[in-house]
Design a protein around this ligand. Sequence first.
Ligand code: ZN
Length: 321
Amino acid sequence: MIVDGHNDLVLHRWRGEETEHMDLEAARRAGFAGGFFALYVPSPKVPDPTEVPYALPLPNPIPHERAARVAEALFACLCELPVTLATSPADFQEGRVAAIAHMEGAEPIAPDLSNLESWYERGLRSIGLTWSRRNDFAEGVPFEFPATPETGDGLTAAGRELVRASNRLGVLVDLSHLNWAGFWDVARLSEAPLVATHSNAHALCRASRNLTDAQLQAISHSGGVVGVNFAVTFLREDGYQVPETPIAEIVRHVDYLVDVMGIDHVAFGSDFDGAVVPEELGGAAGFPKLVSALRKAGYDDEAVAKITYRNWLRVLEATWR
Ligand code: ZN
């Protein structure tokens, strides 16, 4: 069984685009039991950088009212998918797909949090404080290589309130895309295990979106988890967008994260339909290829079970109410 930290299927459905990675029926047959389904209010698309180094500017903020309208439409698309909305770890079962409604960027939440509880009642169970931009709560990292996440200010007062309210309700707070100061603000404030749903090891790939060893250690000490991102630009040492990147690059990050954090803190966070991933993997139907690569690299049954679903389920159990 596979539980995964991130996909952008909903955005494609909303835009009426073909999906490249997330054929739900093929995914289900390949053992995909679901995971985090992003409700991402998109910034205007810019071309992917073709040269390294690169430093894209931080996209403009998106006003709350507009983001709230788009999020409604995205959520409606999620609800039309043949999935179960996940509100308990027990919702993840072999043979069906359970979707965690995950806001990637908190712009649809009112700065006074007045609509947070109604989102919760409708099934929202995870919020990434930022995508890679600035909002009323926090600031994200711009896409840069090579660069660290050390840029910009920490959480606003509203951001700190959102973390407290999320803890209270049992909504997971996702640290992927958040900048350095914001990360440590959440680490100090949050009572829940720290989670980065789709990020990699900065020591192996110096993209601003990846996590330094200090961040990884803070996550493991909190009992949290990092979902390994399959985006080739966050995997490769050279940062280039090369579809021919082998599955072994994913295993390289898993190995490193397990070394630094321990086997209980590493999981998948594919970024399917949100990024260029190794073409050898293809999409969600390729999960078994990745699992067999892990077995060949020496991971036994128990280790594989932890990486593929048990670590995610443990963190959801500790976070949700
Ligand atoms: Zn993302």
